[in-house]
Design a protein around this ligand. Structure first.
Ligand SMILES: [Cu+2]
Length: 235
């Protein structure tokens, strides 16, 4: 990623607005985000979609900025892109959910196209992460779309209470009320339990291998009976 792109991602909204005024994009499409979950503290998969190039120019790269309050992201592989997560040093080390000390945080996710995405075709990128515990906050993920000719910085955030959409809005959504006892909370809790109970984990590992063995046996039986069935059909 160029120094300029990094600077652009950090650029104040006003400066970014001035720059993006030059780019004329259709009102629809844009680069958008669709979260699988929006509840505070929930694990979510964000799907970023790009609906067009830069004024007709094919897209080469999408750089997604990880907002403050999120330190760890996992991108889904995308067959048409190379994906890379860049990190940055934290001012103060923090402890993650597993008790590990973190000195760095994930700063950006960069999807680089193996073949440029033609204008008029869309593509999507998934990033999984845990949402911060900040109900009611609008979470914005600024994206820089780099094209063969030019780029579009989807980094503008609508002023508080404004109904007017900026020219190139940053993909964003609102964090909703935390869900106490849903499947997500439960799975997060059991994940933590597994981490803090190595004995239980070992036991389940044993069960897992036992399960695989049994599974292989069953597969063998199925394969055998299929062969038998095929043999019968042939005969
Ligand atoms: Cu658009």
């Amino acid at each position: 990623m160029s120094r300029r792109t990094l600077a652009r991602l950090g650029a104040p909204a006003a400066a970014a607005a001035a720059i993006t005024l030059l780019a004329v994009a259709p009102a629809s499409a844009h680069v958008t985000v669709t979260p699988s979950e929006t509840a505070a503290g929930a694990y979510t998969v964000l799907t970023f979609s790009a609906g067009h190039g830069c004024e007709g120019s094919p897209s080469k790269q999408f750089t997604i900025k990880v907002p403050e309050g999120i330190n760890d992201v996992t991108p889904t592989r995308q067959p048409f892109y190379d994906v890379k997560v860049t990190t940055e040093k934290l001012d103060k080390p923090i402890e993650d959910a597993h008790g590990n000390k973190l000195t760095e945080r994930d700063a950006t996710v960069v999807y680089t196209a193996k073949t440029p995405l033609p204008d008029g075709q869309r593509d999507a990128f998934e990033v999984s992460l845990q949402l911060p515990d900040e109900e009611g906050t609008t979470l914005a993920f600024p994206v820089v779309q780099t094209c063969e000719k030019g780029e579009t910085a989807w980094v503008e955030e609508a002023p508080e209470g404004s109904t007017e959409e900026p020219e190139s809005p940053a993909p964003a959504f609102e964090i909703t009320e935390a869900v106490a006892e849903d499947a997500h909370g439960a799975s997060a809790a059991s994940h933590d339990d597994a981490e803090s109970a190595p004995a239980a984990e070992k036991k389940s590992d044993g069960n897992l291998w036992g399960g695989v063995g049994a599974g292989a046996g069953i597969l063998g039986l199925i394969a055998g009976s299929t062969a038998l069935a095929l043999g019968r059909r042939k005969a």
